[in-house]
Design a protein around this ligand. Structure first.
Ligand code: ADP
Ligand code: MG
Length: 579
């Protein structure tokens, strides 16, 4: 037997008919090569079970098609459609890989000093967040898409859309029941969602390397607003980027009404943050004063209105310094002092500083948690311009012996330093709140709560130098509320004028009496009230005469009630005592 004959016999033994049939049916390679696993892919293009399925299914389908030609034609076309759909998806995914993942990996490898062992996963759903995968649309494509959107899509969408709406309606109706079932559900990580994940087979990356990696990811994968986190514990380094969750697009009176009753007197509801969490401020614990800085039309007055309404709702007072009439909702409401003229603003500020001073003085002799009276919120619209007007007003109004600096500007500075214990809070508004406008950098520190919207890098740096600047949003009413260097993105609740009045004055929204300011002891009195209350020992006529002739230490008017001047009880007492 020659060598050749022996080889042929061996081959015959290897490729007997039953063996080949067995290999065919069991999904092994027909020539009997080893090393092709059944459950995994191995070196071949398909796993063993997939090969088996094809080998059995193709002849079976062919047989069926011959036996029943009509139904099999239908089935074949259905299968073809499914195959085309899947092929298209695969093409898109491959293109995504070629355009984004492969080049990003190529850029990352040298940055991390690794040639192998870097894996990057980008969720396919993130592909939908990238505005357009490859090139911009040609005019013809644009026209075809527009035509499709106008004429075809509405028809295709008609039924699914209605079905979806119905499903939502059912869900809403079932909410009271299903929310109770939530107790039985397994808790899910609230952070789950589309993500980019990078795994590198290296135990540690330096800060510079991490920085480089994140800037590469940020510039090569066009998804905006990613939140980054690094895990360096264990043998591998893992980095994850998730899409930042946004606050809801609109928040209104419903939410305000829902959250307001749950808050303490010094806490204020501002709006909804990311993940639909309520955002509140505390004028006692966070900071007594609020700085609001945003471009025109960004909603500064709306934010001030929201805080003011809550103060009024709890029986507090609001003083508005505003030349432009941004707060028409507050006109004539009880508890509101609306100052539009520089003279009025001047008086109001001086009076407020006196009130705060008096409250602080009284507090000296009281217990730690003594309540000095209703909260007073001072809203300064367009602070930069207002200060200028107050200075000009004082330059004209001031007499010979008067101080050079405007008492109103000094009063405002005093309020900033005294406000917390006296429960007098300032809400300062400006398009660009400079340190000079609010009385120097130290005064700025009194504004522990800073609200910014539609900011520029410059504006942000000036007001919040301690925190990194998030991207400014173009959504109306979307603010960054910064407390202690921590910025919280918030959709501020929007109230219409009618809703604001209703909330501010739940009992009598139509009240139109403007009250003078007073402290708990009723410490501001008109001359007649002082005589009636026995603070002054003279008759009304006599007191008036003494005032006109300026006999003794006559009191300064601190404000007005109707046409009559208001005087501080303390001043009146000194005046009467001296006589
Ligand atoms: N949080 C908000 N939600 C919805 N719309 C808002 C919001 N804030 C402001 N707006 C809209 O923007 C307009 C301008 O707001 P406004 O407070 O007058 O701006 P600014 O005082 O900054 O010039 C409002 O009339 C309102 O229509
Ligand atoms: Mg305004």
């Amino acid at each position: 037997m020659t060598e050749l004959e022996r080889a042929i016999r061996r081959l015959r033994r290897k490729h007997t008919v039953p063996r080949v049939v067995y290999r065919y049916l069991s999904g092994r390679p027909l020539d009997g090569r080893a090393g092709y696993p059944y459950r995994h892919r191995g070196p071949g293009r398909l796993a063993g079970w997939q090969r088996q399925a094809y080998r059995l299914a193709v002849p079976a389908t062919a047989g069926l098609a011959l036996a029943f030609p009509d139904p099999s034609l239908t089935a074949a076309s259905g299968t073809a459609v499914a195959a085309i759909w899947r092929g298209r998806q695969r093409l898109v995914r491959r293109r995504f890989h070629r355009e984004y993942i492969a080049p990003t990996l190529a850029a990352l490898a040298p940055a991390m000093g690794l040639q192998t062992g870097v894996r990057l996963h980008v969720d396919p759903s993130l592909g939908n967040l990238t505005p357009r995968l490859a090139k911009p649309l040609s005019p013809a494509e644009k026209a075809a898409r527009a035509w499709y959107g106008e004429h075809v899509e509405p028809i295709i969408r008609w039924l699914p859309e209605r079905a979806q709406r119905a499903a939502w309606a059912v869900q809403r109706k079932a909410e009271p029941v299903t929310s109770r079932l939530a107790a039985f559900r397994r808790p899910v990580d609230g952070d789950q969602g589309p993500r980019i994940e990078l795994v590198a087979d290296t135990p540690y990356l330096t800060k510079d390397q991490r920085h480089l990696v994140s800037s590469i990811i940020g510039s090569k994968i066009p998804v905006s607003d990613l939140v980054e986190s690094w895990h360096q514990i264990g043998p591998r380094v893992t980095a994850t980027w998730t899409v930042r969750k946004r606050p809801p697009a609109r928040v209104g009176v419903d939410q305000v009404a829902e959250y307001l009753p749950r808050l303490a007197e010094w806490e204020f509801y501002i709006g909804q943050g990311a993940g639909d969490r309520p955002v509140t401020l505390s004028l006692r614990d966070d900071s007594p004063h609020i700085a609001v800085s945003a471009g025109t039309g960004a909603g500064k007055s709306v934010l001030a209105e929201l805080v003011a309404v809550q103060v009024l709702n709890r029986g507090g007072r609001v003083v508005i310094l505003d030349r432009k009439g941004s707060h028409r909702w507050a006109l004539g409401l009880a508890g509101v002092d609306y100052c539009t003229k520089p003279a009025q603003m001047h008086d109001a500020l001086v009076r407020l500083a006196a009130l705060a001073d008096e409250r602080n003085t009284l507090a000296m002799h009281e217990a730690e948690d003594w309540d000095p009276g209703p909260r007073v919120l001072v809203i300064c619209e367009e602070l930069n311009a207002t200060i200028g007007q107050l200075v000009n007003f004082w330059a004209e109004a001031r007499g010979k012996g008067d101080p050079k600096r405007s008492p109103a500007v000094s009063a405002l500075a005093d309020l900033l330093f005294m406000g917390r214990s006296a429960k007098v809070n300032v809400l300062a508004i400006a398009q660009m709140l400079t340190a000079r406008a609010i009385g120097g950098p130290e005064a700025r520190e009194n504004f522990g709560i800073r609200c910014l919207a539609r900011y520029t890098a410059n504006n942000w740096k000036m007001l919040v130098p301690e925190a990194a600047m998030p991207r400014a949003s173009r959504t109306l009413g979307r603010w960054q509320i910064v407390i202690g260097g921590q910025a919280t993105e918030t959709q501020v609740a929007y109230l219409t004028a009618a809703e604001a009045r209703q909330l501010a004055c739940p009992r009598s929204p139509e009240t139109s009496q403007v009250n003078g300011l007073s402290s708990p002891a009723g410490d501001f009195l008109t001359l007649r009230q002082a005589v009636d209350a026995g603070v002054l020992p003279w008759s009304y006529e006599a007191a008036k005469k003494r005032l006109q002739r300026r006999v003794g230490e006559v009191p300064e008017a601190r404000g007005k009630q109707g046409n009559a001047d208001l005087y501080a009880r303390r001043d009146l007492a000194t005046w009467s005592g001296k006589q």
